[in-house]
Design a protein around this ligand. Sequence first.
Ligand code: ADP
Ligand code: MG
Length: 385
Amino acid sequence: TDKPNVRKIQPGDWLGLLGGGQLGRMFCHAAQSMGYRVAVLDPIASCPAGAVADLHIRADYDDEAGLAQLAERCRAVTTEFENVPAASLQKLAERCQVSPAAGAVAIAQDRIAEKGYIASIGVPVAPYAEIRAESDIEAAPASLFPGILKVARLGYDGKGQARVASAAEARAAFASFGGVPCVLEAMLPLEFEVSVVVARGFDGEVMTYPVAENVHRDGILAITTAPSPRASADIARRAAAAALQVAAGLDYHGVLCVEFFVLAGDRLVVNEIAPRPHNSGHYSIDACVTSQFEQQVRVLAGMPLGLSNQMVPAVMLNILGDAWFTQGGQAEPAWSELLQTGTAKLHLYGKTDARPGRKMGHVTCLGLDSEQARRSAAHAAAVLG
Ligand code: ADP
Ligand code: MG
């Protein structure tokens, strides 16, 4: 059933990765446990994936020599970072197998293109307007206020966003962002937020993960509970169907995450998509037969997907740098306390510099039932403060 032009890459061979953050580090772990070797391209010497990769190419994402070295070494290349220049993926694709494709990444890395695409396939998004100039703010319907102004490119973890109550506030925020293209979104009354990770192979084989429920603090993901306790079977079915539709419409190859808002009356609205494994899918490392990172490896290598749609209940807590700064002092969190519950699985990303808001690691608390997972997570949360 493989398309003839898709190469199967055998363990022992090299896989390439653009980006050296924690998602890349977990990709390395998954690839290496299957016997692949990994080359990571990232400009930063001490990056989390560089420390575990078989080869770290220290170069910028658009560095010709670095990209050439990556393409020479690797049979296939993927990305852990949606802001890699699409042109770099395009260049690599001339020399090796690339997933996801440049076109899909180009859409996901630009909120204007992303919302336009999602709306075009008939999947609802939050009401929004494209803001390229101040006059677009004047022309925006009053129903978009109160709203959120978001920079179209390069925002993450709530950065590059401003809550705006009026056109005047939107103008001020637009100026403070330097007048770069933005979207203005209506602030929606969220019942809760969910996400679905989907893996899609070169042959179109698909596998979804259980619907996860996400709680954000200060715009940063704090807690993921999976399966979602609040999503009905009907919401879960519709969210998975929408995620598959988003992936199929892009002819997407790789791992993709779709974030949703759940509104009153069980209405589902897509918030955004990520063309890579996602923080809200980290539970899959410990709770599923196949993690989202292993799926990324399998797609890239042209291998069959692993099972992912069943799991043991899990609650994932992000560990931010803030956990190092409790009670005024600066101290390592009490790891042995955290691990007191035998169902807590600790993942640290090897970052030495703890700063507030910085993702340092996560802990996934498992249970044979959701109550046990919840109790384990309550203990871990108390330790992390
Ligand atoms: P990021 O790229 O930083 O993850 P998001 O667009 O996902 O940015 O926004 C981060 C969080 O802010 C969302 O998960 C949600 O909690 C809140 N948020 C974003 N847009 C809206 C909106 N239109 N209405 C209500 N809450 C929102
Ligand atoms: Mg988000």
